[in-house]
Design a protein around this ligand. Sequence first.
Ligand SMILES: C[S@@+](CC[C@H](N)C(=O)[O-])C[C@H]1O[C@@H](n2cnc3c(N)ncnc32)[C@H](O)[C@@H]1O
Length: 207
Amino acid sequence: MNQTEMSQAELWDARYRAHEAPWDPEPNPILEAEAAGLVSGKALEVGCGEGSDAVWLARRGWQVMAVDISQVALNRGRQAASDASVEWRQADIMNWEPPNEAFDLVAAHFLHFIPADRAVAFGRLARAVRPGGRLLYVAHHPLDLRTTLRRPPNPEVLHSAEDVAALLDPNDWEILAQDARPRLVKDADGNPVTAHDAVLLARRLPG
Ligand SMILES: C[S@@+](CC[C@H](N)C(=O)[O-])C[C@H]1O[C@@H](n2cnc3c(N)ncnc32)[C@H](O)[C@@H]1O
């Protein structure tokens, strides 16, 4: 089977099989900063990969549903943290609707979709937040395309925090943060580079 015949799930599984721990195995510092002060409740993470963020939340008392399209990634998360209170679930956010208004925190980090798909996926994540709950959406910022960092080949999949904030109804949401947040990283050749993350944190207004 060549790449064009593989489903998205098969492509992501193949990517995980080709690399042990393809992403930073530490929890995302933006999640740590934004969730540290919250009272724990029910959390949904979509695109959880090998689960470092989901496990970080679970160990802080959250009841977590961790969703990814790749069963290979989910199996690794489950094996690495079998004691954590995480429900690991294989699903493609493009054709799975999470439970409506069910979560105190919905998080997605580094899911990169073309704009039409982004609107569908983001809408599903937003609907899953209960009134009073929060939505945290983090992605590589388009500013990274001006650096030597390796980023998704299609620039359309990158966006600012404002781009996704614009998808939320201002009558229903309070924007708590929409930033291009800098962090110092190294590129593939080991050179220091300032990366920017598009960070949207929004609170669904109580009904
Ligand atoms: C770049 S990785 C980021 C992983 C993790 N969130 C992190 O920050 O390290 C993107 C993740 O999204 C998952 N993914 C991609 N498309 C997806 C989809 N349509 N539905 C659910 N998960 C998806 C991939 O399998 C992968 O684990």
